[in-house]
Design a protein around this ligand. Structure first.
Ligand code: SAM
Length: 258
């Protein structure tokens, strides 16, 4: 077994993250740059460091998980969500929708979903489940402080109504925070919630192998309720969605069939 194979096995045992599901070339390059940056000679030495140094381990998880996000990321897709997807889902379901942001990073996506839902429901009725593999990212959602850059695509009405400026940052108001339940969940290992009407899984599947993606499409299909919708990122269209019992409603939006 080569040293990277052993490293992957050790990481799985240490932090329960299976690197085999992530695209190998890209992941190996990223980890190699961390090994060098921290002055280690090889994967074995670096792993010994990770075992004994909490700072190194946090840095590793942080780097590995790539938390880049923003509010209303790819704004044209949010327009489609508002104008075409949600009205249909809402007509079919009289009660508020069950929504899941499944790789929520530092909160921009689930908070955007809550703000968008205020166009259809009272805040007191809105609930969004938000999950991520990275505890560090979930912790940041609780602080709720964002840079100006993270808000560039957010409609101005939401920015005015739901944020307050603190120095150079923007703090999201509690009334939005309270609509989101954050939990840790590994998409590749953990069970999914049931009867969800809208799942956002955006800008994470690009890091996964084809095998991992197939597993995920099947798990999402099971997780969605009747005619539920899967919303993916802008480079993550599903090839031949029929194979997984999905149909394309609009680019980046897939409806559950059966
Ligand atoms: C680039 S961010 C995407 C955030 C947001 N969905 C967006 O589109 O802006 C990718 C997120 O996927 C998370 N992630 C990576 N592997 C994961 C896994 N196996 N299960 C759950 N989340 C994972 C990372 O921690 C990171 O927060």
């Amino acid at each position: 077994m080569d040293s990277y194979e052993i490293f992957k096995k050790n990481i799985n045992a240490l932090i329960n993250i299976d690197l085999n599901y992530y695209k190998e070339k890209q992941m190996k390059r990223r980890i190699t740059s961390l090994v060098n940056r921290n002055g280690f000679d090889d994967f074995h030495q670096y792993f010994q460091g990770l075992k004994s140094d909490k700072f190194l381990l946090d840095q590793f998880i942080n780097y590995l998980t790539i938390n880049v996000s923003e509010f209303y990321r790819n704004p044209s897709q949010w327009k489609v969500l508002e104008k075409d997807i949600l009205p249909n889902l809402i007509v079919r379901n009289k009660r508020p929708l069950k929504i899941w942001s499944s790789a929520c990073s530092t909160g921009e996506e689930p908070y955007s979903l809550v703000m968008l839902m205020t166009k259809f429901y009272d805040l007191s009725e809105i609930k969004v489940l938000a999950t991520d593999i990275d505890d560090g990212a979930i912790e940041k959602t609780k602080v709720g402080l964002y840079s100006e850059k993270a808000l560039v695509n957010l409609p101005m009405e939401f920015q005015k109504q739901y944020f307050e400026k603190v120095g150079n940052s923007y703090r999201i108001k509690n009334e939005i925070k309270e609509c989101v339940e954050f939990n840790k969940l590994d998409l590749l290992k953990d069970p999914f919630p049931n009867n969800v009407e809208l799942i956002a899984c955006r800008n994470v599947m690009i890091y996964f192998t084809d095998e991992a993606k197939e597993l995920l499409y099947k798990k999402f299909h099971n997780s969605l309720g009747n005619k539920g919708v899967l919303f993916v990122g802008s480079t993550e269209q599903i090839i031949l969605p029929e194979r997984y019992n999905f149909r394309t409603i609009k680019t980046f939006f897939y409806g559950k069939v059966n």
